[in-house]
Design a protein around this ligand. Structure first.
Ligand code: ZN
Length: 473
């Protein structure tokens, strides 16, 4: 498969075009994706990013590349300190809790391709070394509130995101600090404020800025240049722009990252998913309510650069589509139990298998177009169903099985067989509505009976300000 498959092309944010993917070192790929800041529940927007890059790593591996996939954990940052203040908890406890929850979500969603999760606070010496290097080279300056990167010293500032410094107004995404020379300058090191966790440094006790954590981790692991950096589009500016400025000023090697990949956002009715907007779906809640494999399918069934419109209805619909593929797999399994040696349509089926594998590869090698790849799989599933109905033979069916296994390997799907049994979401919601109506007319006996019935079925109801939510126990 690897030899005949088309060359891989990747949309590179840096050039704003699809480029032929050629790693620095032969068939080795160094890949980094911005990880979470474990200070709150990871949500479906995060899931979209991590499922995307899980598929990227899986596909590259399926094509024979040795991928080293590194993800950081921002375990010290402003928002973690805010959370300490809000909850009175220690930062380590906050990180441990939300990182644990994140990992549970990743396992459930079958995002298993990360090789190393690197914690920022395990890289303090590397961070200090980089900041010192930037100070020594004249790219950074020290004030009483910390150490700052002087964006006017880096002529390429803005080359990744296309944003100019003048466009950045103070207070937009960067905190206002009167000790900074320019509004766009960002903190490399933040001096300790009372009650904050801190580390020793040549500039006094403090903690690293967000952006320097990533370049300290990547440069110490990969050296001054590496192949692929992924993340959500919203991180492009200033976060990724700052990474470029830090790394290229520090090492003098350009470009720091050869391919920058940015994934489209997960939207809810045209808005970003955000706690303050009340449209927030934690991964934890989503996988309690829906089959995690369906959630993954929902996210993969779109091109990664496109935004996705999320709604519970859209996931239910994805579930129904996905069930069609599972049904084919169940048919296949049944047919393989005692297949005839040969069947009338075997040649056509074998040819469909070859064509679909080629189409799948063509789609995936074109900037990881999972949407097209899945379209090919759906079409194929219909042909497979027909062929099974007509009595397909052992070898042709074996070819189908192998094809589905390799598609499943790349997309991270087709693991669960799906029961097809149990209550479907529509039925559950009908029951909930009936209960709501009963409550409105003060028929509490009926309302209670339905709640008990749902409880017996393993469904837990939660009354929220947006109405009743439910999840599977
Ligand atoms: Zn990052």
């Amino acid at each position: 498969m690897a030899d005949e498959a088309p060359p891989i092309r990747v949309y590179n944010t840096l050039s704003r075009s699809k480029e032929l993917f050629t790693p620095l070192h032969d068939r080795q790929v160094s890949m980094f994706v911005c990880g979470i800041t474990p200070q709150d529940q990871a949500h479906l927007g995060h899931a979209k990013t991590y499922v995307t890059f899980d598929v990227v790593a899986r596909y590259l591996r399926s094509r024979g590349y040795a991928v080293f996939y590194l993800q950081n954990v921002t375990d010290i940052e402003d928002r973690i300190i805010d959370k300490m203040r809000e909850t009175g908890k220690d930062w380590k406890e906050i990180v441990r809790h939300f990182y644990g929850e994140y990992q549970e979500g990743m396992q459930a969603l079958n995002c298993t391709s990360v090789d190393v999760y690197a914690y920022a606070t395990d890289h303090i010496p590397e961070i200090l070394q980089q900041i010192q290097g930037l100070v020594d080279r004249g790219y950074a300056y020290v004030t009483e509130t910390g150490v700052y990167y002087d964006t006017t010293k880096f002529p390429d500032w803005g080359k990744l995101s296309g944003q100019k410094m003048e466009e950045l107004r103070p207070g937009a995404r960067v905190a206002v600090d009167e000790t900074k020379r320019n509004p766009a300058d960002f903190a490399l090191w933040k001096a300790q404020k009372p009650g904050e966790p801190a580390w020793d440094s040549p500039w006094g006790k403090g903690r690293p800025g967000w952006h320097i954590e990533d370049t300290a981790i990547t440069i110490s692991r990969f050296g001054p240049q590496y192949d692929l950096h992924g993340g959500a589009t919203e991180l492009m500016f200033p976060h990724h722009e700052a990474e470029v400025a830090q790394a290229e000023a520090y090492t003098g090697v350009k470009p720091f990252v050869r391919y920058w990949m940015h994934g489209g956002m997960l939207m809810v009715k045209g808005e970003e998913m955000h706690k303050s907007l009340g449209n927030f779906w934690a991964i934890k809640d989503a996988i309690a309510r829906w089959d995690p494999e369906v959630v993954r399918f929902f996210l993969v069934n779109a091109h990664y650069r496109s935004p996705i419109d999320f709604s519970p209805e859209a996931i239910e619909e994805a579930g129904r589509s996905y069930e069609r593929l599972r049904e084919t797999l169940r048919n296949l399994e049944a047919a393989l139990r005692s297949p005839p040696e040969a069947g009338p349509g075997d040649e056509a089926l074998a040819s469909a298998t070859r064509k679909t594998r080629a189409r799948f590869d063509e789609a995936m090698s074109d900037d990881f177009n999972t949407r097209e790849a899945l379209a090919a799989v759906f079409e194929y599933a219909r042909e497979v169903n027909r062929a099974i109905g007509a009595g397909a033979g052992r070898a042709a069916l074996g070819g189908v099985k192998e094809a589905f296994e390799s598609f499943g390997q790349v997309l991270g799907m087709f693991r669960g067989r799906g029961t097809g049994a149990g209550l479907d979401a529509r039925k559950i919601e009908d029951l909930i509505r009936t209960r709501e109506d009963a409550r409105k007319r003060k028929d509490f006996a009926t309302a209670d009976r339905i709640r008990t019935e749902l409880h017996g079925l393993g469904i837990v109801l939660e009354d929220t300000h947006e109405g009743v939510r439910w999840k599977r126990r």
